[in-house]
Design a protein around this ligand. Structure first.
Ligand SMILES: *[C@@H]1O[C@H](CO)[C@@H](O)[C@H](O)[C@H]1NC(C)=O
Ligand SMILES: *[C@@H]1O[C@H](CO)[C@@H](O)[C@H](O)[C@H]1NC(C)=O
Length: 191
């Protein structure tokens, strides 16, 4: 099932990232950003915040590059990330991950992270463009990662049957959707 979802997502994205609908939900991606790149061989930091009450219970995170010569396909980073309230006592929701990059990841400027429902193609948020560098620049400070942070490790080049680097405990929106369809069908439409 995960393979199938990954394949469908890959096919959808191979053709339509540019035309994907981007929602207007408050959902800033704090790290990485234009000034805080990721570095191959390092423990890299990914963090975001979002407003509560947006009706999204879980989402997926993917790594994309607009130039298919650099990246043909995308990296599936995390599947079913739960929408969780920040532990800092603020009203916002959000989270963070550690992303470890193998040296096979193409080094380039212009990467983006996409927060979305992979099966339906609904895009909730995108990061700023950021760089993945071959080595740490002189002004680089390594990310201060809490030890409990979940880790996704990316290796190789994208391919349609690639597994998610990390699967979290958020609800499966597709299982919920098919259960709802079955109930609706039973309610008298002759299915
Ligand atoms: C580090 O230096 C690069 C190149 O000069 C610059 O683009 C970047 O903004 C700097 N990063 C920080 C965090 O100051
Ligand atoms: C895409 O990347 C390749 C390899 O770096 C480069 O040669 C090409 O010019 C890029 N395409 C565009 C439209 O910039």
């Amino acid at each position: 099932m995960i393979r199938l979802i990954s394949l469908i997502g890959w096919l959808v994205f191979a053709t339509s990232l540019v035309s994907a609908q981007l929602s207007t939900i408050y959902w800033p991606v704090n790290y990485p950003n234009a000034n805080s790149p990721w570095v191959v061989g390092q423990k890299n930091f990914l963090s975001w915040i979002t407003g509560g009450g947006v009706g999204i219970e879980s989402f997926d995170i993917q790594l994309h590059h607009w130039n298919q010569t650099i990246l043909n396909g995308f990296y599936p980073i995390a599947l079913r990330v739960p929408m969780e309230r920040l532990s800092t006592g603020r009203k916002n929701f959000g989270g963070e991950l550690e992303v470890d990059l193998d040296s096979s990841i193409p080094v380039a400027d212009g990467y983006i992270l996409v927060f979305m429902n992979t099966l339906h193609g609904s895009v909730y948020a995108k990061s700023q463009k950021f760089s993945i560098l071959a080595s740490a620049p002189s002004n680089y400070t390594s990310a201060d990662l809490p030890t409990a942070t979940a880790t996704a490790t990316l290796t190789g080049v994208p391919n349609p049957t690639q597994q998610w680097a990390l699967t979290l405990n958020g609800i499966d929106p597709d299982a919920t959707a098919s259960a709802a369809t079955m109930i609706a069908g039973n309610a008298g439409s002759g299915h």
